[in-house]
Design a protein around this ligand. Structure first.
Ligand code: SF4
Length: 440
């Protein structure tokens, strides 16, 4: 079994140590969300863990996943391991949330020389972490930015190179419970409060240098091509953007994209892309913006798109873009927008979202929890699963480091996955999946 590299970072002391988890722990937890859970059990529920799975970044299909796991509402006060006897109790009692981070976050994390990152305590000052070549660096973030693009530009200009990043946002800085993290500048599926949990640790972001590589077995490429061939006939019916919209009852909201230039978009090594990138002529009414400029936005969060398109059919794209820019969950942004509106209210809608991101506006708590009923898998209604089998596919994906949306859409692929993991006993994998499903 592969030896895992785990960094334990003390944010309060600005130190990092590398540990190699015991083989028994790895055999029982396999990786991903299950090993994150075990590490939270070891270090206490105020720790936060980012983890890849054994298939993240490999030739297995849709091997894009990085999982961030944390207990909600935990103060970031501790720093040391808890006694083993309290491990299981503390991890299971806390209803740990797992947030999926896709695009290239998982592979870039592993290519930075790390499998799991344990974050302890809280930094005294706002902090950025840069990981590459198995090294963890602590950096001062640029001065506070009003939005993510400003932060992103500052980082690209004068910080060490990075291939992927997970950022908090202005909304998280303001303590908004429905703030979402962003993968680079593209948004995410975080509806479970990861951005807020990072903010309580004074952690502005994690940059993944991603300059290394990931080993693979000789047969993995041919296995991968074989799987892609098997699912090709099903792709349009169950796997594309439209199919996923229909699956969550949002087929009509596809029409809100008419007039936009649409291009399919995929995460790392995904043979059945479910996202689209949409370009429209910018309709941003604020001064100093070029009205002829084209604006683009990635539609990764299907539920967020459906919510906004139902509320504002003609302006859902710029409002989605603005929600991502400010780090707001688009579902909650849609919930709070006034009932009627369109192009004539866009300027006031933008102003409203900006106020929302500053913590001014409607009381968030009750509405936010209504918008995200099941937070175990990041709060996305798509991942909660329509039934037990769908939840099992999600949990399997969270353990192995694959995209849970992909595995839910193509459950038959799960039968082909053990071939990528010859040294993982099926009983161990089963136990790891159950540990994630039964954690509450
Ligand atoms: S199914 Fe969608 S979210 Fe999942 S890896 Fe493919 S493109 Fe990304």
């Amino acid at each position: 079994m592969r030896e895992l590299r785990v960094a334990v970072v003390h944010l309060d002391r600005r130190t990092a140590e590398w540990i190699t988890p015991e083989p028994d722990l790895v055999r029982e937890s396999v990786g991903g969300a299950a090993l994150n859970l075990a590490l939270i059990g070891r270090y206490g529920t105020s720790s936060m863990v980012f983890g890849a799975g054994p298939l993240t970044g490999t030739f297995a299909p849709a091997s894009a996943l990085l999982v961030a796991s944390f207990a909600p509402g935990e103060a970031a006060e501790q720093g040391s391991a808890v006694p083993a006897a309290r491990m299981a109790e503390s991890a299971s009692a806390a209803a740990i949330r797992h947030v999926p981070l896709l695009l290239t976050a998982g592979p870039d994390f592993r290519c930075s020389g790390i499998d799991h990152l344990v974050l302890l305590g809280a930094a005294e000052e706002p902090t950025l972490i840069h990981i590459d070549g198995g090294l963890v660096r602590f950096l001062e973030p640029p001065k506070p930015a009003a939005d993510l693009p400003t932060l992103g530009r500052a980082l690209r200009r004068s910080y060490p190179p990075f291939r992927s990043a997970v950022f908090t946002s202005p909304a998280a800085d303001a303590g908004i419970p429905f703030a979402s993290v962003s993968i680079g500048l593209k948004g995410s599926l975080d509806k479970a409060g990861l951005a807020g949990a990072m903010a309580t640790k004074n952690l502005k972001g994690i940059l993944f240098g991603g300059s290394g590589g990931i080993g693979f077995a000789n047969q993995d490429l041919s296995r991968s091509l074989e799987i892609a061939g098997k699912i090709r006939p099903l792709r349009k019916k169950v796997g594309g953007f439209d199919a996923v919209l229909k699956a969550i009852g949002g087929g009509n909201e596809r029409k809100a994209l008419s007039g936009a230039k649409i291009q399919e978009a995929a995460c790392f090594h995904c043979p059945a892309p479910c996202m689209v990138h949409a370009r429209v002529n910018a309709v941003d009414p604020r001064p100093l913006r070029d009205p002829k400029k084209q604006a683009g936005v990635l539609l990764m969060d299907h539920a967020g798109w459906v919510s906004l398109a139902r509320k504002r059919r003609t302006t859902a794209l710029p409002l989605l873009s603005e929600s991502i820019r400010l780090g707001l969950d688009p579902c909650v942004a849609a919930l709070f927008l006034s009932p009627a509106g369109g192009i004539e209210t866009l300027a006031s809608d933008f102003a409203f979202l900006q106020e929302l991101a500053k913590g001014v506006g409607p009381s968030p708590t009750a509405s936010a929890s209504a918008a995200a009923a099941d937070l175990t898998f990041g709060g996305s209604p798509l991942l909660s699963g329509a039934d037990e089998e769908a939840r099992r596919q999600t949990a399997l994906a969270f353990v192995l480091g694959l995209c849970p949306i992909f595995l839910q859409r193509f459950p038959s692929v799960s039968g082909d996955l053990p071939a990528f993991l010859p040294d993982v006993p099926p009983a161990s994998l089963d136990r790891a999946v159950k540990s994630v499903l039964n954690q509450r």
